[in-house]
Every structure is written in structure tokens, then in C-alpha cells.
Design a binder for this molecule. Structure first.
Ligand SMILES: [Zn+2]
Ligand SMILES: [Zn+2]
Length: 272
């Protein structure tokens, strides 16, 4: 039982400290918990906290890694705490992220596109401003491909998240998805099945049809709740596990020291 996408209070919008998420994982009997709070936002020329309440401050990063390592050591007999981070893809800032993410203490890095042409991916104001849904979605997928190709990330987070707040389901042409799946495969990144999609719009990120296409293309998958509250840790695992097995998907990826390995779903028991 694994969950590789969890936040905590350092980012300023998740509830509970890191230890509360570790306690939740222990209570649920997880074997692996990935801590992956929002990495500092490295805007050009920005200070310690350019987007308060969205990302951990740059000055908090070192303390985060130290606390995660301490929790891993303290609970090593029962739980494997992976030290991760969810980092943004910001075009032109790859070198700065490269320096931050080269920290040897990191087990894995989730790559995320949260900002598209000045709007946060979940910002409804984009749609109120009259931006075309399909064009914005195509632009978002272009950024997902760019992020995957940057070489900075082990796994791409919530790759169709823009659908969640769109006024109608966006329609990406099939070709657009073909190109995106191929880009993910060529970049040798994994993709997470993220259950915050179920909480936000009633279907996982990515949608099941895409999960099938990614699997057919040989893109490894992993699982993350995107918990922003300890009560969300491992959310909807049983449903996702059953859906994966029904589609012949029997393995999930995890990482130690940026090296990917696979665990079999059959070995991961059902819970919740
Ligand atoms: Zn968040
Ligand atoms: Zn995210």
C-alpha cells in the first residue's frame, strides 16, 4: 500500500504537519508514504516566498528534507517514508530547479504544471475571462510535454488536471493525446494516478481511458492521493486498485534515491 503524493502545512494550504501524515499512514497500514509538498516556487528574481500560501518558502526546503529524514529513521521498522517534492515546471527556470532538485536526499520528484499563461490550473477566473476551453487545454498539454522532456522529474503529476474546473469537458484531439503519451514515454517519466481528481471532478487524474493508453505505451504508473489533509491519505485506493487490476495493470512505480523500482499490485492489499 503506497501513496506517493502528500502535502503538509509547509506549503501554507494543507492541514497538519508532516508527522500527522506519517501517523495517518501508520494507522492505515501503508508500506510506503511519499512526502511531496510543494517545492519552493523559483520565479526569476523572486524572494523567499513569491506566492504565499501556495508553496513552501525557499528557506523551508532544507528543514523539510531534514524532518522527513528524521521521520523515516524513526519509523523505519513499519513504514518506508520516501522523501519527495512536487515541483513546478516553469519555462526558463529549469537550471534553478535543477540545482534545487539535485539534493541527494530526495528519493523522487513529482513534476507539475500548475501555471498556464498566468493562471493557476484550478483558477476559475481563466474561464470567467472567456478563455477558450479547448485552446487552453491544448496549451496545458504542451506544457506537460515540455515538463516531461525537461529531465527534472521522475513522475508527472495530475496530467489532465485542467479538466477539473473547466466549464465543460475540454476536448483534446486524439492526436494531441497521442503526441503527449509518446512524449511521456520517450522522456521515460512515470505518471501518477491521482485521486484528488475524484474529489474535484468525480474522475481520477488522468481519466481511465488515458491510464489505459499510458499503460499500453509502456509508461509506468504510480499512485498518489494528493492529500492536503491527513484524512485524505490513501484516498480511494481500493477503487483505483480494482480499476487497475481490471485493466491488466499489475505494477506501480516507486523510487529510492531517484532510482525507480516496481511493486506488484497483487502484493498490495486492499484497504478502504
Ligand atoms: Zn497543494
Ligand atoms: Zn499539484
Amino acid at each position: 500500500m503506497i501513496d506517493l503524493h502528500t502535502h503538509h502545512d509547509r506549503c501554507g494550504h494543507a492541514h497538519g504537519d508532516l508527522e500527522a501524515y506519517v501517523r495517518a499512514a501508520l494507522r492505515l497500514g501503508l508500506t510506503t508514504l511519499g512526502a511531496s509538498d510543494h517545492a519552493p516556487l523559483l520565479l526569476e528574481g523572486a524572494g523567499d516566498e513569491p506566492a504565499p500560501g501556495m508553496h513552501m518558502p525557499a528557506s523551508a526546503f532544507d528543514g523539510y528534507l531534514a524532518e522527513a529524514a528524521d521521520l523515516r529513521a524513526r519509523h523505519a521498522d513499519r513504514l518506508d517514508v520516501l522523501i519527495g517534492v512536487e515541483a513546478d515546471h516553469l519555462a526558463g527556470r529549469e537550471a534553478a530547479y535543477g540545482r534545487l532538485l539535485a539534493d541527494q536526499r530526495l528519493d523522487y520528484v513529482l513534476g507539475a504544471v500548475h501555471y498556464v499563461d498566468g493562471y493557476h490550473v484550478y483558477d476559475r477566473a481563466r474561464w470567467e475571462a472567456g478563455i477558450d476551453v479547448d485552446a487552453a487545454y491544448a496549451r496545458y498539454l504542451e506544457l506537460v510535454r515540455e515538463a516531461a522532456g525537461s529531465g527534472l522529474f521522475d513522475v508527472m503529476a495530475h496530467i489532465d488536471a485542467m479538466k477539473a474546473r473547466a466549464p465543460r469537458p475540454p476536448r483534446a484531439p486524439e492526436r494531441e493525446w497521442d503526441v503527449t503519451v509518446e512524449a511521456l514515454r520517450a522522456a521515460d517519466v512515470a505518471v501518477e494516478v491521482n485521486t484528488s481528481g475524484l474529489r474535484k471532478c468525480g474522475e481520477p487524474f488522468p481519466a481511465w481511458g488515458l491510464i489505459e493508453r499510458l499503460h499500453e505505451a509502456g509508461v509506468p504508473l504510480t499512485f498518489g492521493s494528493d492529500a492536503h489533509d491527513p484524512g485524505e491519505v490513501h484516498h480511494a485506493w481500493t477503487e483505483i486498485r480494482a480499476g487497475l487490476l481490471a485493466r491488466g495493470i499489475g505494477e506501480l512505480a516507486l523510487w529510492h534515491g531517484r532510482v525507480r523500482s516496481l511493486v506488484t499490485l497483487e502484493a498490495l492489499p486492499t484497504r478502504r
